[in-house]
Write a protein that binds this ligand. Structure first.
Ligand SMILES: Nc1ncnc2c1ncn2[C@@H]1O[C@H](COP(=O)(O)OP(=O)(O)OP(=O)(O)O)[C@@H](O)[C@H]1O
Length: 319
């Protein structure tokens, strides 16, 4: 049996199925990102994994020990499994160091002092130790919340989109920093998010959840090259439907712009992006709009272009 083992979890709310037969194995120190759209069952799953919500069937084991749900245990939850979400509250009148020390109140003083010192270092919070939460940025507050959750050295850390209040730049920076500190501490982490980009900044081990079901599990290259359905494909880029070929699509980067060839169209819009111009091309025959990358920034609105591609780049995708 692996370190953290989730077997055939099912959960419904009234008639709504939130999770179908969810199973997972994770090794000690392993990291997994679960990507799913809103309502796909991510929060429900994490609450069940933490022993904070009762599943209809299925079991969770940590190091071979069964995680009991609230119907089976007097005090719900476990110190070994910490769940952090966006609304995690810091104590407003306690400093950063005191917030991190809070969960350690019953521990020996010297141990607490050393543990807080080591967490401040691990999370790069040493210079902020004496500040109050209101004197910190949103990202710094999140880091303190995560450091406090790790004070009692949980075996598993569950992160439920804890960064949604931050902007993209802050989120990416924070995830990068956390990824480093998790590696140092060898923490087993499950991170749920609806943003693939955020997931990949933490780990290349990604599981895609849709309507409570596991759709695909793999690394980013595998998922990008072999998407199981349109949702997985669209996590990486927009996709263009090929006229006359049902369920067959092309990524904008796989379309070649030429002066003659397969499909004729006109550029109707062009946007400057960092590595290429992104063109909107109206296809002459079907009237469809395709999104196409123009890496040489050659084409302008109004230009006539032929769109070509290699057959092996075609993606056959169910909805
Ligand atoms: N307490 C509840 N009572 C009834 N239905 C619920 C309850 N909690 C969740 N659901 C439903 O279960 C499904 C999964 O919800 P869940 O919150 O787990 O999804 P999620 O992927 O975390 O969504 P989000 O990204 O929006 O937080 C949704 O259809 C939701 O409406």
């Amino acid at each position: 049996m692996s370190f953290f083992s989730v077997r055939r979890i099912r959960k419904s709310y009234q008639k709504q199925i939130a999770l179908h037969d969810f199973s997972l194995e994770l090794e000690e120190g392993g990291q997994l990102a679960i990507v799913g759209e809103s309502g796909s069952g991510k929060s429900t799953l994490l609450r069940i994994l933490a022993g904070l919500e009762k599943q209809d069937s299925g079991e969770v084991f940590l190091q071979g020990q069964k995680i009991l749900n609230p119907a089976e245990k007097l005090v719900a939850g476990y110190d070994e499994i910490k769940l952090i979400h966006q609304d995690y509250q810091l104590y407003p009148n306690s400093t950063v160091a005191e917030n991190i020390a809070r969960p350690l109140l019953l521990f020996e003083k010297n141990y607490t002092k050393n543990r807080v010192k080591s967490l401040l270092k691990q999370f790069g919070l040493e210079k902020l130790a004496e500040r109050l939460p209101r004197q910190l940025s949103g990202g710094q507050q999140q880091k303190v919340a995560i450091a406090a959750a790790m004070a009692i050295e949980p075996e598993v850390l569950l992160l439920d989109e804890p960064f949604s209040s931050l902007d993209t730049i802050q989120t990416h920076q924070l995830i990068g920093e956390l990824a480093e500190s998790f590696k140092k501490g060898k923490t087993t982490v499950i991170f749920v998010t609806h943003e693939l980009d955020d997931a990949l900044r933490l780990t290349d081990n990604v599981l895609i959840l849709q309507k409570g079901k596991i759709i695909q599990h793999g690394n980013s290259q595998f998922l990008c090259e072999n998407p199981k359905n349109q949702y997985v494909a669209r996590l990486f880029s927009p996709i263009n439907s090929i006229p006359g070929k049902e369920n067959t699509y092309l990524r904008p980067s796989d379309v070649k712009l030429r002066t003659r060839g397969q499909l004729l169209g006109h550029v109707v819009d062009s946007r400057f992006l960092v590595h290429f111009n992104s063109l909107q091309v109206r296809l002459k025959e079907s009237g469809m709009i395709w999104e196409v990358d123009d890496p040489l920034r050659k084409y302008q609105v109004g230009d006539r272009v032929y769109l070509n591609w290699d057959a092996e780049k075609e993606l056959e995708l169910s909805s």
